[in-house]
Design a protein around this ligand. Structure first.
Ligand code: PHE
Length: 342
């Protein structure tokens, strides 16, 4: 091996060692080893006088280059070591006492959590969990539910229509008919799912949201059963001291119908900003299944009666956690979602 070749090898070796140096002390030790008065470079340069004249120019150039390159490599490494607080690289990795990097653990979306919690409560009250398609026909979304042809909810400003005569369901009440066509009473089901409405998006509206439909049909089911079931639910979900009230309302598929409010959890009914000074918060629509709906499913209204109710899941999630903008649920912003991971 010529002296020039030895010098080139020295450069490569020194660069490799410099890149591995984990502390300023290591860098200094390498400087002494390679560039010191008795170091490896000095040793090789000392041989310059002994080689053939023809080899000297190249070896001389490599000796200069070795000094510059090794100096630069050590300099760069000491800058990196200082920037990282004194130690980097392999020595730092070997500190087994440092805690590991925790992997990101996923969690259930807050809307899924609320659906699960509500389903759990009704499951314990004897309800089975069901589901239905999001793409529906006019029949299940309107006709079977006793909604007249000229009802405003059939307007294409209120429902998303798809080309083939189908539509995106605007309510989970569609499941009522689908269940009763398949299962004879007694029927007790809860059906969570997505619904779609062409509403302009704002803090309380979204073109897609979630509802949970409840349906109970049997002999001698009364409005008192509806009240009992909903109150049992509300006490478990919102707390034992919650109060509930039924306001008369109209739905084509229930008669009589009601909108149901719970007492505001923040002010306990005395009125505050969160309940618009009313003391009450609306959480669902409900009523006794209309005889026409039973008839459409070939269930005799003379023999059977039933109740149905429908929640908006986002609304309940917003009440539960004090979330003031529905859009937060859909933005997939981890800073928001992580607050709900159990
Ligand atoms: N489907 C109704 C709505 O979307 C809610 C409801 C369900 C009302 C069942 C009565 C019975 O507003």
């Amino acid at each position: 091996m010529t002296l020039a070749e030895k010098l080139r090898q020295l450069i490569i070796e020194a660069q490799g060692r410099a890149a591995d140096a984990a502390s300023l002390e290591d860098v200094e030790a390498l400087r002494v080893k390679y560039l010191g008065r008795k170091g490896a470079l000095a040793e090789l340069t000392g041989l310059l006088g002994q080689i053939d004249a023809a080899e000297k120019p190249e070896a001389g150039r490599e000796a200069n280059r070795a000094k510059n390159e090794i100096t630069a490599a050590l300099e760069a490494r000491s800058v990196a070591v200082k920037a990282s607080g004194g130690t980097v690289g392999s020595a730092a990795k070997e500190d087994l006492s440092l805690p590991g990097t925790a992997p990101l653990v996923g969690g259930l979306h807050p809307i899924t959590q609320v659906i699960d919690e509500i389903c759990d409560i009704f499951y314990r009250l004897g309800f089975q969990i069901a589901s239905g398609p999001e793409m529906e026909t006019d029949y299940y979304n309107f006709e079977a539910l006793n909604i007249p042809a000229d009802h405003s909810s059939r307007d294409d400003l209120a429902t998303f229509y798809i080309e083939n005569g189908k539509l995106l369901r605007s309510q989970t009440s569609t499941v009522q008919t689908r269940i009763m066509e398949k299962e004879r009473p007694p029927v007790k089901v809860l059906a969570p799912g997505r619904v779609y409405r062409p509403d302009a998006t704002d803090a309380t509206h979204s073109f897609m949201f979630h509802q949970i439909e409840g349906l109970c049909v049997d002999e001698r089911v009364t409005f008192a059963d509806l009240k009992g079931v909903l109150l049992a639910f509300a006490k478990q979900f919102f707390g034992a001291d919650v109060k509930m009230r039924f306001r008369p309302h109209f739905f084509p598929f229930t008669e009589p119908s009601a909108e149901v409010d719970i007492s505001c959890g923040l002010c306990k009914g005395s009125g505050c900003r969160s309940c618009a000074q009313k003391g009450w918060l609306e959480i669902l629509g409900a009523g006794m299944v209309h005889p026409n709906v039973l008839r459409a499913c070939k269930v005799s209204p003379e023999k059977y009666s039933g109740f149905a109710f429908g929640f908006g899941v986002e609304r309940i999630a917003m009440l539960k956690w004090g979330v003031n903008d529905i859009r937060l649920f859909y933005e997939n912003d981890m800073r928001f979602l992580r607050q709900f991971s159990a």
